[in-house]
Design a protein. Sequence first.
Length: 459
Amino acid sequence: MSAPSAGHEATASTGGPGDPGHVATAGLSLSPFRGLRYVRERVGGLSAVTSPPYDVVDPHSRLSLETADPHNVVRLILPRPEPDDTGERPDRDTRYRHAARLLDSWLRDGVLAPDPTPALYVYEQRTAPDSPSGELLQRGLIGALAVSGSETGVVLPHEDVMPRPVADRVGLMRTTRANLEPLLLTYRGKGGAAAVIERAVAGEPLLTTTTSDGTRHRLWAVTEPAELAEVSRDLATCRALIADGHHRWEMYLRLQREHRHLPFSPWDRGMVLLVDTARYPLRVRAIHRVLYRLPIEDALAALKSEQDGWRLLRLDGPLSAALDTMARAKEAGQNAFVLTGGTGEYHLLTGPDQALLDSSVRRDRPEEWRHLDATVLHATLLEHVWRVPDSAEEIGYLHTAEAAEREAAQSGGTAVLLHPVAERVVRRLAEQGVTMPRKSTSFGPKPATGLVLRSLELG
């Protein structure tokens, strides 16, 4: 997602003058760090030790990752220690301590090792031409970004967060004292950082690997003071939008507050991937809902009994055709959803009327926000029509329509499929300081976890 155009002067301060490549001005401040990276000779292969971000790893893929290599990074980001002698499931603190012990042991055993020199890391992803989304090239910079709240206008969130995932990530990072995976942030620069990236990719990469989805990943280190200074000058005039990682950014903020008594604290920075979307636009996808305890029959019956302008249309399959019909409804300016119980039957839901929107959707937000599909879904359908509590036990969030359909079939619930929000809408709202309903968007491609980690013990 694109940030506001370069040249905007933010109001927050950057890191201290001792930071390599520091420029004393407001805006984004990205510092080099000594990355922890896997030692090739100690693992089965780099592709075998990487993982998607923690929040898109489902139980099936988690098991596959754990068995791919005993040192797969998923064992750190989603730690799962063995049950004790009584068969009891370990509590959170035990899981966090388990991850910290694993990280320490991998460092002692030489499975992970710190780079000798602090660096900004140029990261490239290239998806395969035959991938579902087609070929895509993305490049950006991984570094330690100065952490600041949304009130400064330097790093802008676009989604709300849920307390439980934030608390989970805080516990893990506090105990491991490490940034285990980069957040995905976007900005628009004047070209200085982009020029550094282009010069870096002309050289030999630190690593190259291709993951099971066919995506090729490459990493380079930028260590020259002049190059670091050029990046800093460019970023110092920019602000960024969080594309992926809102819960982890909130984790950074919370841990920064916990350690504010320290004069020079490594907790004042967090590992991110910054992508200039003027050169490398991200893709935006919807995040779908599964209502675990609402059978499709009950969902449809409640809608048919409503008098609030809801309209149902039975659709022929397959799933792709149902999604195309929803897209056409969106082009006509309607709120539109596809409902399915995972049995091969689909229903297009459009509506409601303006009176229900006025009575159920909060009025202290822009009209654009009030008419978002995610807003209407949560404020009118879940609260007013279906009476579904907003909890993890009731609602699941799936990143593909296929996965949501399968989940609905397995749970006996209802999948609510959404259309992606346009990037320009997300940007406009974020610039007004308005966050979208949580789990409204999925930006990608997301950075792989495990290519580089940041230990706070190294400063």
